[in-house]
Design a protein around this ligand. Structure first.
Ligand SMILES: [Mn+2]
Length: 323
């Protein structure tokens, strides 16, 4: 923490980024830290390779997030937030690796500790909790904008204070953030209040795709490109749909298998992204790690170059081995 504070204090130009296909913690953490650093007169580039999900587009500063690294920006320091592995920043990983100092701030237990400096606290409920502490240690009092970003990170990563990572700090930090001007009902309305018609139609198709393993321990939900095209939705509209598959009685692990957007090469087979959620009795991070993925005991994911049928067969085989 001390070294990170000194490094950030001495930097004039910084890049803040988070994992591709960002969730509320990724977007909230990068905006909060970036806005706080700008308040102290530093130049900040906000970068994320993916479109920001519609439900997070209300966040202050969200219009500043670039999907391409601006040419000639030359930041001295990059702060990578909420990334279980360096490659999670996406295609700009190689360019970011050339930035002289890379700071890795995260709460995933599987984080290998990449970067020049790292601050990994797996007991933190969200990366936003760590960013809150960091901003405080830099002597910056969060204003309403910064507080709203941090609160959104904590709210979404704890599943509205329902998941097992909901700790004392989730409430203590949230109390401070509310005192800084956050309006919890307004944030909840943005994040959970409204679904577009397309997203409801996608939910319908996704629910219809649910398959359960013969022993009832695993549920699988599939979102294909054809479903997105039919409902005129974007990949990020599938965010959170896995929770429906997870809530089924007696299911221990839910898997969301999602076809990835095309990479532009002719005749390519869609890559699949598999998100896993567990009730805590099965370590899904361990399973994901076998495919080069990562995450937490109860929430993890990986990418795989294989057909849908093959991936389903593998998952079903795993379900059979769940004691
Ligand atoms: Mn997180």
């Amino acid at each position: 923490m001390e070294k990170i504070l000194r490094t950030i204090e001495s930097a004039r130009r910084l890049l803040v980024t988070a994992h591709a296909e960002p969730d509320g913690d990724a977007v909230g953490s990068m905006l909060a830290l970036g806005l706080a650093l700008e308040r102290t007169g530093r130049e900040v580039v906000f970068y994320n390779e993916s479109p920001i999900p519609a439900v997070y587009r209300f966040l202050p500063g969200v219009e500043r997030i670039e999907r391409r690294l601006p040419e000639g920006a030359a930041p001295e320091t990059a702060v990578i937030l909420d990334c279980a592995g360096f490659e999670r920043v996406g295609q700009a990983a190689a360019a970011i690796a050339r930035i002289p100092c890379v700071i890795n701030i995260d709460h995933h237990a599987s984080n290998p500790g990449f970067g020049t400096l790292c601050l990994i606290d797996e007991t933190a409920c969200a990366t936003a909790e760590i960013v809150f502490r960091l901003i405080g240690a830099l002597g910056i009092a969060p204003d309403r904008r910064i507080a709203t970003c941090l609160y959104t990170g904590i709210l979404t990563d704890t599943g509205s204070f329902r998941f097992s990572n909901t700790n004392e700090a989730a409430f203590a930090v949230s109390l401070t953030l509310v005192r800084c001007g956050v309006n919890p009902s307004e944030v909840a309305q943005h994040v959970y209040g409204s679904y577009s018609l397309g997203r409801i139609k996608l939910l319908n198709l996704a629910l219809d795709s649910i398959e359960i393993s013969p022993n009832g321990k695993l549920s699988m939900m599939t979102v294909t490109r054809a479903m997105l095209a039919e409902t005129r939705t974007q990949p990020e509209d599938a965010d959170g749909l896995i929770n429906y598959a997870r809530r089924i009685k007696d299911v221990r692990v839910a898997a969301l298998i999602q076809e990835q957007p095309p990479n532009g090469t002719e005749g390519e087979r869609p890559r699949l992204h598999v998100s896993l959620r567990s009730d805590g009795s099965v370590d899904v991070a361990e399973y994901a790690a076998a495919f080069g993925g990562g995450g937490h005991r109860r929430a993890a994911g990986f990418q795989i170059d294989a057909g849908l049928a093959e991936v389903k067969a593998r998952l079903l085989g795993w379900a059979e081995r769940m004691g």
